[in-house]
Design a protein around this ligand. Sequence first.
Ligand SMILES: NC(=O)c1ccc[n+]([C@@H]2O[C@H](COP(=O)([O-])OP(=O)(O)OC[C@H]3O[C@@H](n4cnc5c(N)ncnc54)[C@H](O)[C@@H]3O)[C@@H](O)[C@H]2O)c1
Length: 274
Amino acid sequence: MIEDLNGRVAVVTGGASGIGLAMAEAFLVEGMSVVLSDVDQVSLVAQVDRLSADAGGRVSGVVCDVVDPDAVAALADKARDRYGVVHVLCNNAGVGPAGAMLATTASEWRWTFDVNVLGVAHGVLNFAPQMVEAGVGHIVNVASQAGLMTNVLLGMYSASKHAVVGLSEALYRELELTSVGVSCLCPELVATEIFDVARLRPKWVDSGETSDTTQRSLAEILAQRGVGADLVANRVVEAIQTGRFWVFTHDVTVPAAMQRCRDIEVGQNPSALA
Ligand SMILES: NC(=O)c1ccc[n+]([C@@H]2O[C@H](COP(=O)([O-])OP(=O)(O)OC[C@H]3O[C@@H](n4cnc5c(N)ncnc54)[C@H](O)[C@@H]3O)[C@@H](O)[C@H]2O)c1
């Protein structure tokens, strides 16, 4: 828990868009210095320029692909060189390839897990030790409601987010006796670019045949029904200040997770989402 964020330092991966960008903006409002990091250099430079107009030297940008452990190590070094000890790390970078499980490809699975799971692990490995040593810190891992229950068409994504939930719970327990806190953010629908995967998909990833149509319809649902990323960012600020592990954004999340628990309890096969 870090009650007073003023003067502290945050690093946000995948910070050039959506939830990551909103978290960075909320941290700047709290008086923090923020290292915005992203694989998308063009968006990153544009957002750092925009935010610098008000925040000046309290914001800077580092291009970093979280899939590459050396790049994440370099991100940690650059953040420390620029601002000193990093107090808050948001492992937020993620991708949302969708499609019926049998239409997905092996390379899509690899990409999804590289970014969504190993990206988080790389952040933990490169930032948590310095936080433990400094005796202060908080790590926010961005999972999803899809890490607590499953949706059809999102099996691959959901599997990766279940891994983030598991990783985060274990990390919380391991750091419980230190001064480093952990939060696991599990949003439902948030109006961002997460389903516009074509802009980020590496050339070596075979997207399958049906995926672009599915991605478009999910993007439409997100645009129509998603909450603003600023709401999510405010929940994250509050969670860091109060030391809360579970961070939810929608009332439907806990009932959806409980439905699974009830199925397990009574030995029932997985229920369809209500
Ligand atoms: N939007 C939602 O409804 C929703 C719901 C639950 C969870 N999430 C999670 O929130 C996180 C943020 O996503 P968002 O919704 O803001 O989407 P977004 O696409 O708007 O932002 C994701 C950012 O991550 C960056 N990124 C992707 N791959 C990267 C990599 N390899 N290295 C570094 N940066 C990379 C992208 O360039 C982008 O700027 C993701 O982990 C996503 O899974 C989103």
